[in-house]
Design a protein around this ligand. Structure first.
Ligand code: SF4
Ligand code: SF4
Length: 363
């Protein structure tokens, strides 16, 4: 990792914290910080061990306007962004991470052009001839699947490289029992237990405690799971039952799709509201821009999916389908250059902690 300003700022603050140690008990960051020198690898790990609850910021006697200016949530959010940049693959992805709204616009525009091209090719060569009904009258099933599968395959490779690079830099030297550690870590990842702030909640918007961010994460998780279920059941209907989309209101794909779309819309609007109205002091601007751009992209995908559900029998259907497919293409293509990175980095930080804890206890 480069010794950039985010690194030196976090290092400076964590040295003060190691002496003060008042916040030990708020989160594992302080415990690790006390026992390990703030090297580049330790700091990269601590950046993702912090889940941005802001408890330490509002409790800190050295926070601004104190001359020490300790602002750990902001420093670690800056550092998280720096780690994303340092591990990004291919290196050109740095630009997408640093200018997330331009990246969003670029991805949506290229997705739109690609979908229009696919529609023209499908029509010109009559590729949808055997099943010219519903959505497939506009775009043949094969081309529609490629629009999702190609960017997803690319993103899977890029994410594996980036998360792999990070894991190699933070894993404990004698890491044993990796699978068992995953099983131990999984409940904390899925339940987002750290976001409860020890029960009282996080300081999501200001010095007051709240469970809002935890609830919004849970809504987003559930919404994405419903969307995945909608895709899988639609594939089952298509391949196993020989039924072509669009499906009736009382069908599993429509039920899952509607529930998923509503939850993702609600969660992304909630995240955006927290980001735009909360106290800006503990927030890192470039990390916030990445958050907001990803929330906007998820919102576009979910809202266009719901609009397509509502308008699937109308004359608007081809246009709505093209908008939804291009936004799905943009989402899949941008996964390794968006806030989605956080999911893997955070899971690896918890895994590292679980392994270290068990090694220390000699399990
Ligand atoms: S955040 Fe402030 S109060 Fe907490 S350990 Fe660091 S210096 Fe001490
Ligand atoms: S913001 Fe929360 S999670 Fe991050 S270091 Fe402070 S107390 Fe720990």
């Amino acid at each position: 990792m480069s010794v950039a300003k985010p690194f030196s700022e976090a290092q400076r603050m964590l040295r003060i914290c190691a002496i003060c140690n008042y916040c030990n008990g708020f989160c594992p960051v302080f415990e690790v910080n006390v026992h390990h020198p703030p090297t580049a690898a330790t700091l990269a790990h601590l950046a993702h061990l912090c889940h941005g609850c802001r408890n330490c910021f509002y409790a800190c006697q050295y926070a601004p306007p104190h001359v020490f200016a300790v602002n750990l949530p902001r420093a670690l959010a800056e550092l998280r962004h720096q780690v994303y940049l340092d591990r990004v693959w291919p290196p050109a992805g740095r630009w997408l991470l640093d200018y997330p709204f331009a990246a969003l616009l670029l991805a949506l525009t290229s997705g739109w052009l690609l979908v229009l091209l696919a529609i023209l090719v499908g029509t010109a060569f009559d590729l949808g001839a055997p099943m010219q009904t519903g959505f497939y009258r506009v775009l043949p099933w094969g081309l529609m699947s490629l629009i999702g599968a190609l960017p997803l395959a690319w993103s899977g490779l890029a994410l594996a490289i980036q998360w792999g690079r990070h894991w190699r830099s933070i894993r404990p030297p004698q890491a044993r029992g990796l699978m068992r550690a995953w099983w131990r870590t999984l409940p904390a990842i899925l339940s987002l237990s750290h976001l409860s702030g020890g029960g009282v909640g996080c300081n999501d918007r200001d010095a007051g405690f709240s469970q809002a961010r935890r609830r919004l994460h849970q809504a987003l998780f559930a919404g994405l799971a419903f969307c995945l279920a909608a895709t899988l059941t639609a594939a089952l209907y298509h391949h196993a039952l020989g039924l072509s989309a669009p499906y009736p209101v009382l069908s599993l794909p429509v039920f899952f799709g509607t529930a998923g779309g509503v939850l993702v819309c609600a969660a992304t609007l909630g995240f955006s509201w927290l980001g735009l109205t909360g106290d800006p002091e503990p927030r890192a601007p470039r990390a916030s821009h990445l958050d907001l751009a990803f929330a906007a992209l998820l919102l576009i995908v979910a809202a266009s999916g719901l609009a397509l559900l509502l308008g699937r029998a109308s004359a608007w259907m081809p246009g709505l389908l093209a908008i939804h497919l291009s936004s799905v293409w943009a989402l899949f293509a941008l996964l390794p250059y968006s806030k989605f990175l956080h999911a893997g980095y955070r899971a690896l930080a918890l895994l590292q902690e679980s392994l270290t804890e068990h090694e220390t206890r000699g399990d």
